[in-house]
Design a protein around this ligand. Structure first.
Ligand code: ADP
Ligand code: MG
Length: 731
């Protein structure tokens, strides 16, 4: 259960994903409900200003929106409870020219055209699976409109016999006859103007969305200006309301930039308010005496790299400060982040506190626990594992130890989040593969200790602008240089019809005593086809390589999963067929070849992560990307990028270019809140401007109480950063 105070403790200013808008408004409602309660102090900030109420009215309040349509809109907008505002910020994907075509040419085949026609006749469907046909003709000639489904009433209303209508849709030619399936009918006042085409989903017609947007625009009133007047003037931007109107009317770079600025400014304000509150929160200086760290370092068979030393020093310096730490540790797969994290955790333990390492999957948590156990054995220390698989008495014992406050080093999955009162003295929380967690989860973990230092680790490099918009000016340590002796991983893309050559390559590796991963794309809850494909592949490989073959996938029981991983790590099996459960963090230095099947179905970041499973020892390693035709242009570009470089940072930039930031920065991918109006590439220069504007605003008016401050509060409401308002007034 998340109480409002959770947000007041963590830097809850970030909105995790579109789905959270609903949560944020739920929060506001919860607080409204406790008007006379103890939280009355923070209440005013969360109460929605009257001026915004029409914008936050639920969509079902719009004329024509019934429960079915509302459900579709909720799905389209990715919100449980979409409001008028959410439709207004649903940007058109493009605009269509609505000037009616004078004639249709063969070259028009398959294209969207607008036609002015008169409706000549209706031919209702003769049988249920046949279409309703409508004969029409205009300046461009005769055309048949076809409609499937239960459409009689709709057709009679929108395309009455004798009616003059403006229709729009994709035209198709059958012999000499033109046809248009499910055309939109345009209103007379839409003729000749650019017509917005919205991102849509099944069952939602453009005409419906346009009509609703029109009605939603009717609820939009002018709001006080929150941007600095000089900025607005210099950029030539319209007001917020005007900009919203304009983005639905025609392509308009200035209106889009204005709204992007608003969204970025709300984000930066939220981050800076959270940061201020974090830094003024009582923290504690954690400074160990170094004895455990020294013990670890002398027991290692290798020295730290310079980058590891530097990163460790930066982290320890943060921990020694009285303010709580928030630091991001970036380093490509295999760069040696875990060791750095362990040193930081040891410093906390030296100082008599508890430290936790949270991993995104059970397999990875278990592996971390094993790996740390090996490293810590010479020191006589043992890490505790708290994961879903640890049950009963064992779990109770661990929780008791954490509650006792004795110094401890804990590894776990999300289960760490559930043990509410478990940590009596958590000083440092390390989050591995942070992009796999939601913002909300990270903040919950952090809220577990009075002043927990937080270290986020990522192997998925976040481009600078994206990092800034997600975290503000978060302190970052980078491990750029890899441990010595690593060789680049040779990468080849091979079509599946040449699989025999791949078998040969596997055989050569196995004969030399090396180990091989064979990755199959199995969506965890599993498509039947995928499942069958994996089974067929395992059977084939068993025929070829016999007992050398082990199998691990997400549907195995934990114990079976562990056993399969252990058998491979210890060399009892040497060819591990795996689904993407091995994607992150798994570390078997003897593995020197990874075959990735259906590589065209994986994303670039994921392929790079998978490839990072090899090349961790001294053997020259290779990666074979097995693909199945047809190969789309972007899939081809992804495979090529991987062949060209082993550099995760270069690949992240390439990914950004291929997919656009919207996708790469989806909450699921990176833990970065989704931006709806700003485009991190197109509006890159606005990010530092927004950060600076937020700084000025908070310097001038720290409590946002002046008139412009009040306007900025509206902005925070509009972008649902109400938790920042809570920090401002209550926290
Ligand atoms: P990451 O988490 O950054 O992907 P790991 O921490 O798993 O990388 O380290 C990868 C491998 O490199 C591990 O086997 C680790 O023991 C080894 N390693 C770490 N630091 C060094 C170093 N300085 N020199 C040699 N090997 C190292
Ligand atoms: Mg790792």
């Amino acid at each position: 259960m998340r109480m409002p105070s959770d947000d007041a403790q963590g830097d809850g200013a970030q909105r995790d994903g579109a789905g959270n808008g609903a949560e944020a408004s739920g929060l506001a409602e919860m607080m409204d409900g406790s008007k006379d309660g103890a939280r009355a102090v923070v209440l005013p900030a969360h109460e929605r200003p009257t001026a915004l109420l029409p914008l936050f009215a639920p969509l079902r309040g719009l004329q024509g929106v019934g429960p079915a349509l509302e459900r579709r809109l909720a799905k389209l907008l990715g919100l449980a409870d979409p409001a008028v505002l959410d439709l207004l910020t649903h940007r058109p994907a493009s605009f269509l020219d609505t000037a009616p075509a004078e004639r249709l040419e063969p070259a028009d085949e398959g294209l969207v055209r607008t036609l002015a026609v008169r409706i000549l006749a209706h031919h209702p469907a003769p049988a249920s699976h046949r279409p309703f046909r409508v004969a029409a003709a205009g300046a461009a000639g005769e055309i048949e409109l076809v409609f499937f489904g239960n459409v009689q009433r709709m057709v009679e209303q929108r395309f009455p016999i004798g009616g003059e209508v403006l229709i729009q849709g994709r035209v198709q030619r059958f012999g000499e006859r033109w046809q248009m399936a499910h055309p939109d009918s345009l209103r007379p006042d839409e003729a000749g103007l650019p017509l917005a085409v919205y991102p849509s989903s099944e069952g939602l017609h453009q005409g419906t969305i346009r009509g609703l947007v029109r009605r939603a625009l009717g609820k939009l009133a002018e709001l006080p200006e929150w941007l600095e007047p000089e900025l607005v003037r210099a950029a030539g931007w319209p007001s917020f309301a005007e900009a919203v109107r304009r983005i639905h009317a025609r392509p308009d770079a200035k209106a889009e930039a204005r709204l992007a600025m608003d969204e970025l400014l709300a984000g930066q304000l939220g981050l800076q308010i959270a940061r201020r509150s974090r830094e003024s929160a009582p923290g504690r200086a954690v400074q160990g005496d170094g004895r455990l760290r020294e013990g670890l370092l002398v027991s290692l068979p290798f020295p730290l790299t310079r980058d590891q030393e530097q990163a460790t020093a930066e982290i320890l310096a943060d921990m020694a400060q009285p303010q709580p730490m928030l630091r991001l540790l970036q380093g490509d797969v295999g760069a040696g982040k875990t060791l750095v994290a362990l040193l930081a955790m040891l410093a906390a333990v030296e100082a008599g506190h508890q430290a936790a390492l949270m991993a995104p999957t059970d397999v990875l948590a278990a592996q971390h626990a094993q790996g740390l156990a090996r490293l810590l054995a010479p020191l006589g220390l043992e890490p505790l594992l708290l994961a879903a698989r640890i049950k009963g008495k064992e779990r109770q014992a661990i929780i008791r130890r954490l509650q006792s406050g004795e110094p401890a080093l804990v590894v776990g999955t999300h289960a760490l989040l559930q043990e509410d009162a478990a940590f009596a003295d958590l000083a440092l929380a390390v989050i591995d593969e942070q992009h796999r967690f939601g913002v909300r989860q990270r903040l919950t973990l952090r809220a577990k200790g009075a002043a927990v230092d937080l270290l986020l680790m990522t192997a998925t490099p976040i481009p600078r602008t994206a990092a800034m918009s997600a975290y503000g000016d978060i302190a970052t340590s980078v491990i750029a240089e890899r441990p010595p002796g690593r060789q680049p991983i040779a990468t080849a893309a091979v079509p599946v019809e040449r699989i025999a050559e791949v078998h040969d390559a596997v055989r050569r590796r196995l004969e030399r005593g090396e180990r091989v991963y064979w990755v199959c794309p199995l969506v965890e809850v599993s498509l039947r086809e995928d499942q069958a494909a994996v089974e067929a592949r395992v059977e084939e490989l068993r025929l070829l390589f016999g007992d050398a073959v082990g199998v691990v996938h997400g549907r195995l029981k934990d114990a079976a999963k562990d056993e399969a991983m252990r058998a491979f790590a210890e060399g009892r099996t040497s060819l591990l067929v795996a689904t993407t459960v091995i994607e992150v963090g798994v570390d078997v230095p003897e593995a020197s070849l990874i075959v990735i099947e259906a590589a065209e179905r994986f994303g670039l970041a994921q392929l790079h992560q998978l490839r990072g499973r090899v090349g961790r020892g001294r053997t020259a390693s290779a990666c074979i990307l097995l693909w199945r035709p047809p190969l789309s242009a972007t899939a081809g570009a992804r495979l090529n990028a991987l062949r060209r470089t082993n550099d995760g940072f270069a690949l992240a930039e390439e990914d950004l270019r291929l997919r656009g930031p919207g996708e790469i920065l989806g909450e699921r991918q990176s833990g970065v809140p989704v931006l709806r109006l700003a485009d991190l590439q197109r509006h890159a220069e606005l990010i530092p401007m927004a950060a600076a504007a937020a700084r000025r605003a908070l310097a001038d008016d720290p409590g946002l109480r002046q008139p412009r401050g009040a306007a900025l509060r509206l902005l925070l409401h509009l972008f649902r950063r109400t938790d920042a308002l809570g920090l401002l007034d209550g926290g």
